[in-house]
Design a protein around this ligand. Structure first.
Ligand code: GLU
Length: 315
C-alpha cells in the first residue's frame, strides 16, 4: 500500500498563531501515526500579502514545536509556470470563461447569496457571452477567469471529521475564479495543482476551508487527478470568541515562546482543546505520533475558545 502523503501548507503572511499550530499538529500527527510522508509547502502565492521573513519564522516555529517534514519546503512562488500550464489545459478543454464583473457587480446581483467561505456565489452573468465577444473584451477589459461548474450538485465526499458532504440535493458551488485580474492563479487552482503534483493523499486544515473542498474536487476531476481525502478541523478562537487571524489580535507561537512556554506545554494545551473524549492518553507528541486518528476530532463549526493562551498568564 502506498504511504499516506500529507502536507503542512502555511501562508507566510505573519507569525503562526495557536490556531495554525493546532491544525498543523493534527495534520502532522495524522500522517505520522501511519508512518506517512509530510510535505512542507509554503503558500506564498499572494505576493503582496507575503511578509518578508515570515516563511523562515514559521518554519522555525514548526521545528520548535517538533513538527518535522520529509520533503520541501516547496514555495508556491517558484511554481507559477505549473499553475499557468494547468490554466491553459482548462482553457483548451473549454472549462473556463472570462468574467468582466467587478466584485461589486457580483455582490449586487440579486441571486447572489453569500457562499460559505470567502467567496460570493457568482450568478453566472458572463457565462453565456459568445466567444467572439469574449475574445474582443478580453483584449480591452479587466477580467478574471472562472471555472464553469457543470456538476448538478455539490460533489459528494466524506470529510474525515464532518462526515458526508455534497451529493444529490445539495447546491453545487458557483463558478469560481481560477485566474485573477493580475493574471496569477487563484488559491483553488494553485492548491489543486500542488496537491495533485505532490501526490498528496490527505489534506487536514481548518474548517473555514470546508467549502473550498468542493471546488478543489471539481478541479481535480477536470485536470484528471484523484482528489485526496479531506479532514477539516475546528478553528481556535481568541478569548473574546473572535476568530484568530493574522489581522485580528491573536496569540502567536512566538509570543508564547518568548513568554517562556516550552513546546511540550503548548502541545499539551492544544491537545486539551480536543476535549476529554478526544484527547485521553494523547497528551504528548509521541503518543500522537503512534496513536492519533482524525476521527478523534469532533466537528465544531462554532470553533473552540483558546482560554489559557495569553502570554501574561503563563507564569
Ligand atoms: N495556506 C492556507 C492557510 O495557511 C491553507 C490552505 C490549504 O490547506 O489548502 O490557511
Amino acid at each position: 500500500m502506498r504511504p499516506v502523503r500529507g502536507r503542512l501548507a502555511p501562508s507566510p503572511t505573519g507569525d503562526m498563531h495557536v490556531g495554525n499550530a493546532f491544525s498543523a499538529l493534527l495534520a502532522w500527527s495524522s500522517v505520522r501515526a501511519r508512518s506517512g510522508v509530510v510535505v512542507m509547502r509554503m503558500e506564498d502565492l499572494d505576493l503582496p500579502r507575503v511578509r518578508p521573513g515570515s516563511a523562515e519564522r514559521i518554519l522555525e516555529d514548526l521545528e520548535w514545536l517538533g513538527l518535522d517534514w520529509d520533503e520541501g519546503p516547496i514555495y508556491q512562488s517558484d511554481r507559477f509556470s505549473r499553475y499557468d500550464a494547468a490554466f491553459m489545459e482548462l482553457k483548451q478543454a473549454g472549462r473556463v470563461y472570462p468574467c468582466f464583473c467587478s466584485r461589486k457587480d457580483v455582490a449586487a446581483a440579486a441571486s447572489a447569496p453569500q457562499e460559505p467561505g470567502d467567496e460570493l456565489r457568482y450568478p453566472g452573468t458572463c457565462r453565456g457571452l459568445g466567444s467572439d465577444q469574449a475574445v474582443e473584451r478580453v483584449k480591452r477589459e479587466r477580467h478574471v477567469w472562472r471555472f464553469r461548474v457543470e456538476a448538478p450538485c455539490g460533489p459528494p465526499f466524506r470529510d474525515l471529521v464532518y462526515g458526508n458532504q455534497g451529493g444529490p440535493g445539495t447546491p453545487p458551488p458557483g463558478d469560481f475564479i481560477v485566474r485573477r485580474y493580475n493574471g496569477t492563479s487563484s488559491y483553488h487552482l494553485a492548491v489543486t495543482v500542488d496537491d495533485m503534483e505532490m501526490g498528496i493523499s490527505e489534506v487536514v486544515r481548518g474548517d473555514d476551508l470546508l467549502p473550498s473542498a468542493a471546488r478543489q474536487i471539481l478541479l481535480f476531476e477536470a485536470l484528471g487527478g484523484e482528489p485526496p481525502a479531506y479532514g477539516h478541523v475546528p478553528l481556535i478562537l481568541g478569548e473574546d470568541g473572535a476568530r484568530m487571524s493574522k489581522r485580528h489580535r491573536s496569540v502567536t507561537v512566538r509570543e508564547l515562546r518568548e513568554a517562556g512556554w516550552s513546546s511540550s506545554r503548548l502541545i499539551d494545551e492544544l491537545l486539551e482543546l480536543l476535549g476529554p473524549g478526544g484527547s485521553s492518553g494523547l497528551d504528548r507528541l509521541d503518543a500522537m505520533k503512534s496513536g492519533f486518528r482524525l476521527n478523534q476530532v469532533k466537528g465544531r463549526k462554532d470553533g473552540i475558545i483558546w482560554g489559557s493562551g495569553a502570554p501574561d498568564k503563563s507564569s
